[in-house]
Ligand binder design. Structure first.
Ligand code: PLP
Length: 383
């Protein structure tokens, strides 16, 4: 099986698994049980992983909170901030192409907590309209949440500019970096980021573990917790720490930062080669041509149902029609629609996500399968 669906999840890197293994077996201590050496060694491992995650985004160790993944980090960042700062205001600004973990949380805050939201539009390339964003800030605005890179079309946001606008207006800036962390350079200081969601399984770590960066200085961001209990993670996220998962996330971050540049050079070469071949078959690129995740390709083959392509090659190649969260339904992608395209385009677009363990022959094979298939499927559709 040629796996080219790395936006939905990535395999665990063997170096990550090796680092985790002792904490799934002999070193099973509870990182909060500091009365004995088993607890101590777990705690030391957690703190070392915290340092690795912090280093990867230019943060300090004590600014990293471990969660169960980017969904939880987004919920905690949005609900935790909006509710903690209720005396400041009730307004949040986000964007139409966000992941459901942001959009549905914002909707929940509107429906059940009396918050007001503005959904900033994006252009045809997936870039948020920054003048609309700045114009919609009021004295009630508590926070802005704009994703660092889109999980469907791969567009990389101008987050440094969003951060600058946010801080000029004393507004807290959250970014969902599930697709970006470990894949492109992120620096919470240079980009004025106050909160950042990270997921391990999007960067060759295990599922069910993630982190939330919470700025500690200038400004110090405070959160109302959404889980109540033992008071772990400085009272922001109760629950016994997932030590093997945390160790895995730390290792994944360390490896990603070291290998990112070389990996991206390869991914850019491969995705360009694929795109050139597809464009010769009449394909249209969705998203931004240059400001995109190097491992992403999202393309439309006009007149060819994405499901037909995906199903025809599924014995050999794993690709998808878009977000894994929406592929179970027949609803068109909200991201493709937000770019200003019609439902037809949404139903004829496929997403390819290249990854660390792919090889050039695999890329070539996938390209060949699709370019051979498209004219046939077009003929069938035309009949
Ligand atoms: C995968 C993803 C999430 C959800 O992350 P989990 O760790 O699976 O909860 C959130 N946002 C984006 C952009 C994602 O790609």
């Amino acid at each position: 099986m040629i796996y080219l669906d790395h936006h939905s999840t990535t395999p665990v890197d063997s170096r990550v698994l090796d680092a985790m293994m002792p904490y799934l077996t002999d070193k099973f201590g509870n990182a909060s049980s500091l009365d004995h050496s088993l607890g101590h060694e777990a705690s030391i491992a957690v703190e070392s992983a915290r340092g690795a995650v912090a280093k990867a985004i230019g943060a300090r160790s004590n600014e990293i909170i471990f969660t169960s993944g980017a969904t939880e980090s987004n919920n905690l960042a949005l609900a935790g901030t909006m509710n903690r700062y209720r005396d400041k205001g009730n307004h949040i600004i986000t964007c139409t192409t966000e992941h459901k973990a942001v959009l549905d949380t914002v909707k929940y805050l509107e429906d059940h907590h009396g918050k007001k939201a503005t959904y900033v539009h994006v252009d045809e390339f997936g870039k948020a309209d920054l003048s609309q964003l700045e114009d919609s800030i009021t004295d009630q605005t508590v926070m802005i949440s704009i994703m660092a890179a889109n999980n469907e079309v791969g567009t990389i946001a101008d987050i440094a500019e969003v951060g600058k606008i946010a801080h000029e207006h004393d507004v807290i800036f959250h970014t969902d970096a599930a697709q970006a962390a470990g894949h492109i350079n992120l620096d919470v200081e240079a980009m004025n980021i106050d909160l950042m969601s990270i997921s391990a399984h999007k960067m060759y770590g295990p599922k069910g573990i993630g982190a939330l960066y919470v700025r500690g200085l200038k400004p110090r961001v405070r959160l109302e917790s959404i889980l109540h209990g033992g008071g772990q993670e400085r009272n922001m996220r109760s629950g016994t720490l997932n030590v093997p998962g945390i160790v895995g996330l730390g290792k994944a971050a360390e490896v990603a930062i070291r290998e990112m540049d070389a990996e991206n050079t390869t991914f850019r070469t491969w995705s360009k080669k694929m795109l050139d071949s597809f464009e010769q078959e009449g394909a249209l690129l969705n998203g931004h041509r240059t400001d995109r995740l190097p491992y992403n390709l999202n393309i439309c083959f006009p007149g060819v149902e994405s499901k037909a392509i995906i199903n025809s090659i599924s014995k050999e190649v794993a690709i998808s029609a878009g977000s894994a969260c929406t592929t179970q339904t027949v609803e068109p992608s909200h991201v493709i629609l937000a770019l200003g395209h019609d439902e037809e385009r949404a139903h004829t677009s496929i997403r390819i996500g290249i990854g660390r363990f792919n090889t050039e022959p695999e890329i070539d094979r996938c390209t060949q399968l699709i370019t051979e298939l498209v004219p046939t499927l077009k003929n069938i559709a035309a009949q």
